[in-house]
Design a protein around this ligand. Structure first.
Ligand code: ZN
Length: 266
């Protein structure tokens, strides 16, 4: 028995039982299953981070987009979870039925300043349109809401191209071009260039921190100021911030030079 206090907790109990190599486990025949094993958090509470974010939760929702930037709530699945959803969507591409996922023991993370649900460690389980009471109930509620709405081939709006197993599979989706050929394109297009980094333009790069609550730029306090590491004009002293970074990279291939402006949110 140990204290259950860490940044990642599967259940909100104050104690946990640790298993040793010598621990023996068997199925209990007389266990009365009266415990509700599910711990769902509503979308508004997830978006507002209105719960103990250290504790894993269960998540149920309809997949409306596999675009990396979701507007409702983003779910990022990794490893075998991503492959499972990808396979499901590619096999049901012509279905009109909604894709409902139930992710057990999920974790909330912050990506680019926005809440994002993901699988975590070894405890998560992903159910896609399985015959489970919660999924069936969710579907019937959805049907009730949608009675007048045409299912505009829901799954066919989803595409299975966003998940790839190897980095090569990702960049080989785009045409490989030389730097001097980029100017031939006058509309937005994905291209792959293969080039050598020859330097970084330090004067053009920058990084800044922003307040997680109001997104305003914050200033870093001196080390000896112990009220908080950052100061936000709107919120005062804060510690919950995210960063933005711009790196300017100079690259070269056999024909030309290029300056790449890489902007990223941390
Ligand atoms: Zn603020």
């Amino acid at each position: 028995m140990a204290s259950n206090e860490s940044e990642y907790m599967l259940v909100p109990h104050k104690h946990k039982i640790n298993f040793y190599k010598t621990t023996k486990v068997r199925v209990s025949n007389d266990f009365v299953d009266t415990v509700d094993p599910y711990h769902f958090i509503s979308f508004p509470d997830l978006l507002a981070r209105n719960f103990d974010t250290r504790v894993a939760f269960d998540f149920l929702g309809e997949v409306v987009s596999t675009d990396p930037i979701g507007t409702r709530i983003a779910v990022a699945l990794w490893g075998s979870f991503a492959m499972k959803l990808n396979t499901y969507i590619s096999q049901h591409n012509n279905d009109t039925a909604p894709v409902i996922i139930l992710l057990r023991l999920a974790k909330l993370k912050i990506w680019g300043g926005q809440p994002q649900v993901g699988n975590c460690l070894f405890g998560s389980r992903l159910h896609i349109n399985d015959d489970m009471p919660h999924i069936l109930e969710f579907k019937s509620n959805l049907n009730a809401l949608d009675t007048n709405v045409e299912y505009s081939s829901r799954t066919s709006q989803l595409n299975s191209d966003t998940v790839v197993a190897n980095p090569e599979d990702y960049y080989l989706r785009f045409q490989i071009k030389n730097i001097d050929e980029i100017l031939d394109f006058n509309e937005e297009v994905g291209l792959t260039i293969i080039a050598t980094i020859i330097g970084f333009d330090m004067d053009d790069g920058w990084y800044s921190f922003y307040c997680r609550d109001c997104s305003k730029k914050v200033t870093k306090n001196d080390e000896d100021v112990d009220v908080g590491p950052f100061h936000c004009v709107g919120c005062g002293f804060v510690s919950d911030v995210f960063g933005k970074i711009r790196i300017v990279v100079r690259v070269q291939d056999e024909r030309a030079l290029l300056r790449l402006y890489c902007l990223s949110v941390m």
